[in-house]
Ligand binder design. Structure first.
Ligand code: PEP
Length: 257
């Protein structure tokens, strides 16, 4: 059987300035070290605002901290007249390993289409970044089409012309569960994760499907993380609100204990 290292990712959204970011990452590293966290049990990544990333890089590299980090978005373009956008080249230069793409807040508040998401996945790969590709259905979608249809369609569109073997993490985030305090059940998460993995197999082959981590996101907390990780196709979590609380996030990372 293929083993997939569980992955706990914290999406800070528009929270924590660069000074707060340094303090948070340092304390997180101390907390995990104190608890003798085994990173084979769970890899950890944080996704700070762009303006924090240089500071996080400086801390992580100076102290050789075992915490990965990445951007919450990137431009589909590499450089040029795109005011306000950030190139994947710049993120790669700051040693980002990951980049979140297609978060529901980007899709809803910034009108990102499946085509935009697809272009951003390609841009991430051009710069050696691993996309954390977010897919998920709204409450209306769930009622009209069931749980899997929209996430599966979003996955297919995002991977059009993409070699998923270049690196990919998929985050299943039901929009109705994000920030609502109303998480999906582990069974619901498993059902959609299995459907996504089947589609990955179709698109990219069984080996890529078996090695790609599929996360659940939506009101994950220390109290429910273990129930998701017990599901065979759920390989970790993308955590929003709870990733800003040091003790809570540290407990989520140490879900095995
Ligand atoms: C998110 O926005 O990616 C998320 C999962 O948020 P929350 O954990 O706050 O529901």
């Amino acid at each position: 059987a293929v083993s997939r290292t569980p992955f706990i990712a914290g999406n800070w959204k528009m929270n924590l300035d660069h000074l707060q970011a340094i303090a948070f990452v340092q304390k997180l590293a101390w907390s995990l070290a104190d608890a003798k966290h085994d990173f084979a049990d769970a890899e950890v990544a944080v996704f700070p605002p762009f303006t924090d990333i240089r500071s996080v890089q400086t801390l992580v590299s100076a102290d050789d901290l075992p915490i990965a980090y990445g951007g919450q978005d990137l431009s589909q373009h590499d450089s040029g007249a795109y005011t306000g956008e950030v190139s994947g080249a710049f993120l790669a230069k700051l040693d980002c390993r990951y980049v979140i793409i297609g978060h529901s807040e980007r899709r809803t508040l910034h009108g990102e289409s499946d085509a935009d998401v697809n272009a951003k996945v390609k841009a991430a790969h051009r710069h050696g970044l691993i996309p954390v590709l977010c897919v998920g259905e709204t409450a209306d979608d769930l009622e009209q089409h069931g749980a899997s249809a929209v996430p599966v369609a979003q996955l297919r569109a995002a991977l059009d012309g993409v070699d998923a073997g270049k690196g990919l993490v998929v985050a299943y985030e039901p929009v109705w569960a994000i920030g609502s305090g109303k998480a999906a059940t582990p069974e619901q998460a498993q059902q959609v994760a299995a459907a996504l993995r089947a589609v990955l197999g179709e698109i990219a082959g069984d080996e890529v499907a078996a090695s790609t981590r599929i996360l659940y996101g939506g009101s994950v907390k220390a109290a429910n993380i273990a129930s998701f990780l017990r599901e065979p196709d759920v390989d970790g979590a993308l955590v929003g609100g709870a990733s800003l609380d040091l003790d809570e996030f540290s407990s989520i990372v140490r879900f095995k204990k």
